[in-house]
Each structure stands twice: as C-alpha cells, then as structure tokens.
Design a protein around this ligand. Sequence first.
Ligand SMILES: [Zn+2]
Length: 598
Amino acid sequence: MKPQPAPSKISLAELSRHSDTMLRKGDSDHFNWASDGSVPTLAQLTEALFFSPGDGRIWLNDQRMLLVHSAAMGHLRRELIDTLGMARARGLLTRAGYVSGARDAQLVRQRWPEGDAAAVFMAGARLHALEGVVKVTPVSFSFDIDRGTYDGEFIWEHSSEDDEHISAYGLGADPACWSQVGYATGYVTTLFGQQVIFRELDCRAMGASACRVVGRNAAAWGDISEDLRYLEAHDFRAMAPGAEPAAAAPPPALGPAGSATQDRHEVVGASPAFVSACHLLDRVARTSATVLFSGESGVGKEAFARRLHRISPRAERPFVALNCAAIPEGLLESELFGVEKGAYTGAHASREGRFERAHGGTLFLDEVGTLSAVAQAKLLRVLQEGELERVGGSRLIQVDVRVAAATNVDLRAEVQAGRFRADLFYRLNVFPLHLPPLRERREDIPLLMSHFLRRESQRHGREVSGFSARAVRAALHYDWPGNIRELLNLIERAVINVEDGMAIDVHHMFRGEPLARQAVLAVSSDGELAREADPGVDNLLQHLQSTLGAAALDLPALEARLLAEAVQAHDGNLSAAARALGLSRAQLAYRLERHVAG
Ligand SMILES: [Zn+2]
C-alpha cells in the first residue's frame, strides 16, 4: 500500500470521520495516519476470536472467553449491589474489569509485538467492542511513549453496563460503567506500564445521551486516591458492607519516618492470585490464629504479615519482625525469648526478647525453618502455653502474641528430613497462606511499577516521567526470580540512573539480568550477526548491551549503523528494510530521522 502523506495537524472532525484509524503520536510533529496497514487491524483482532462449539469453548487468541447474557450480568450486578452496597460492588466490578483489560493488553502485546503503537492502544477499544461491551469512539487521543504521557477522551455508546444499571435503578447522580472504566484502566496501564486512570465524566446512567470517559496519567489527575480505592482491593476489604469509600480508614498522614515504612510495606495488586491471597488474609486477620506464609524469596511475605497486623484487632499494639536466618544461632534464643542478667558472660543486664516486646501484638518470624532444635522447642511452648522463660532465667513470663511465620523452604519436607519438629509444624500451619511468585501475577507488574516509581522518585527527589514501552515489555517478559523485591530494587536503580524528566528505559532498569526471551541475534557459521527471531532493534541492542556490558558500546552509533546497513542492503526500500529489522516502516523512518537530526 502506498503510504499517505502525513498531515501536520488533524481536526477532531477528520478523526471521527476516520474513527477506524488513529493518530500515531500526540502533541508533536509526528502526527501521522496509521492507516498504512497499521497492526493490529480490526480484521486481525476479529480473527483472533474463534468458537469451538463441539467442545464447549470460545477463544480469543489463547484466552478462554464466555458468551454470557447481558441480563445475567445485570442480575449479578444487582445482587452484588444489594448485598455489599454500592461502593463495594463498584470496587469488585472495577477490579474485574481491570483484569479483563489487562488480559487483553497482554494478548495484544504477545500476538502483535511489532504492532503500530497507536493501533495497539486502540486495539483495547476494538476488543471491548468485539466482546460486545461498548462501542468506543475517540474524541482526542495523544500519547508520548518516550515521555510516558497519555491523554485520551472517548465516547462510549451502547454501554451494556448502563443498560443493565438503568433498567434496575433508573437514572441517578453517579456514573455506572464501573467494569468498563476498570477495563480501560487495566488495558492502557498494562500496555503503557504506567498508571493511567480513566474516569467517566458523563454517563447514560446520569441522563447523558452517551458516556464520556477521559484517561490520563495518574500524575496529570492530581488526587487519585478515590480512583485507587476502587482499583486496589485492600482498601475495600476492611470496610463494612454498605459503607461508602469515605468511611474507609484514611491513608497515613505524609510525614517523616513512620509513613515511609508503612508505605514500603504496602501490598499492591489486582490480579486474581493476589486478590484471593488478600481475601484469605482478611478472613484470618479478625482472629488470633497463627499464620504460616509460604512462597519464594521476595514475594512480599513481610508486607503481608504487616498488613495482617494492621487490619487485625491488635493493630494498636506492637508489630515485631525477626528474620531467624539473619541472627547467629547462638544469639537467636536470647533475641527471641530475652535474657536474664548473668545468664552468660556478657549478659550484664536483663533484657526482654522479641516475644515480650510483641506482647498484645504480632510477632513475625521470617525464615522460621532455620530455627535450632532448642529454639523450636521453646517456640512450641510459647505457642501452646502462652508462656516463656528468658535465657538463664526460671521465671515463667506470660505473653499474648499472635505469631505469623514465613518460610521459603518446604517445611513439610524439612519435617520428613528430621530437621523440623512435626508438632511445631502443625502448630504453625494452622492457617497456611501461599503467596504467588510475581511471574504468576504478571497483570500486577505495571501496577507495581507505577507504585514503586511514585515512591522511589519521591524518596530520591527525582522527577521521572514514566516508563518507555520497551522497558514495560522487558519487565512483562522477564521472569523475576527475585520477585517483588527484585522489581523494587531495579526500579530504585532506574530512578537513580535516569536523567531528570525522562522516562525509564530498559538499560536504566536491567544491567546484568538475563533477558533471555529477547535474545535476537546469533553469530552464524560464517561469522555474521544474524537475526534469530524478530523482536526488533531495541531488543537486539538491549541484548548486546546486557551481553557485552554498557560501557563497551556506543548504542546510538551502533543503531545508526544497523539501520543504515539494512536500508543499503535493501536498495533504499524502507519497507523491506523495516521488515528485515522487525520494525514498521514508520518506526524505521522515525529512527532514521532521529539519527540524521542528532
Ligand atoms: Zn456510562
């Protein structure tokens, strides 16, 4: 297809006339029709949906879908509202929508990794329409991947959620397209890797002729605490049924020391795995039962334990944490149970242990599998009798402590190997709670990235505009062996590395980490670098960089050379060169221009 000349400016009228096409890039000189076969097209998205009636399944690419009666969803919605109250039902539906949007974004990202940026953004709207939810027409739409900004306004027609809401409740003062707003938020946030918040400003349920939604970066909205309340499960769970969001506990006041620690241990997520863990946690928090957290290193076991304490009736009493593996074995007992003066050389004064300090509150014992046999016996006794003796003492001290323990080894196997007491294991395992590794809740990666970015840039006094699309892509594909802790560390590293006002790119975050799935170059038998798979120049450069080390490469020069050689090898045919590089023609042109300009 012959590329059309790029108009420098575009009117909204033109845009709506061509509602099937989209702007490539927003408020810059790079306005461009993306109609030259921009991928994914509506037809391609439609082809991803297929029915398998013989075996009872419907697929959207590799995701199983359902064809559900809108009236049945309306019924479910009404029951949710009647049982839980408007605010909680809204939270549930918003989060369900978020998951759906995040899934669609993953699908588009996986199936069309080379997709044109604007078309990829609009694919969410098209899928939402394809799924029969709502018809989306863009009013204005701009984004800048390099700076990490997003601003879009859309008209929603035929909202299925409004149909059901209006038929049950009539018109009211508030918007009703909750799960649809959740979908838009989940789709764009997952694609963009930065928290984009959608709000419904007009809604048919408020008497408007169509719904109008606006999506912007979290930063551009200002105060988004209300939006987050519907998006983040935990703010809702502490609420009584029927309570309005304003009745939830206020967030901790911003201040020095204390709030930072609190925030550092906040749990964030909306994925099904995460939400179900939160649900279990909330259930057990009301009791004093011992909780045993299991899961890989870095999944946030301490954060969950702190949350357990915070939402429990013990919240006003101390939370004390101890990593059993970090204390030398000889000191662990006195650390846990306290010591009487003269118990051993150097014990000049009596001192209370962590158990006594946690009296009335919660004691978190991390890596409990490393406790010595003696410490295990004493711990069992505290759990059973609620009393302990300090080291070198004979006085019985009563304590009322809820124990939350954590382990990243299989304690059952430790029992079988004779290294851990069976009776203690059963005592600890009253309420087991497994926390999933980050790679099993990938939907949460963008949420966590935005959360950590906000926090770390504030902490380090940096102004960072967001994440580049390829940084998000790398993060979504990376396996995260160190889980959330690793993600936090890489974002802190990136916040320090990135220049002020810029977006975080792959090389700011990843240095030696193996981005295995992005390896795209291999040396062929005749010694030439050859493309192995496709993901494009960025990944290729990233691969070279992580293999050879950042210092060894002048990346811009290397990229310029690669592009020039590809164009030359295809006799100046940009489309062919772009295909060979795994880029769209427009992407190649943009890059070439950048190198000429630079
Ligand atoms: Zn609406």
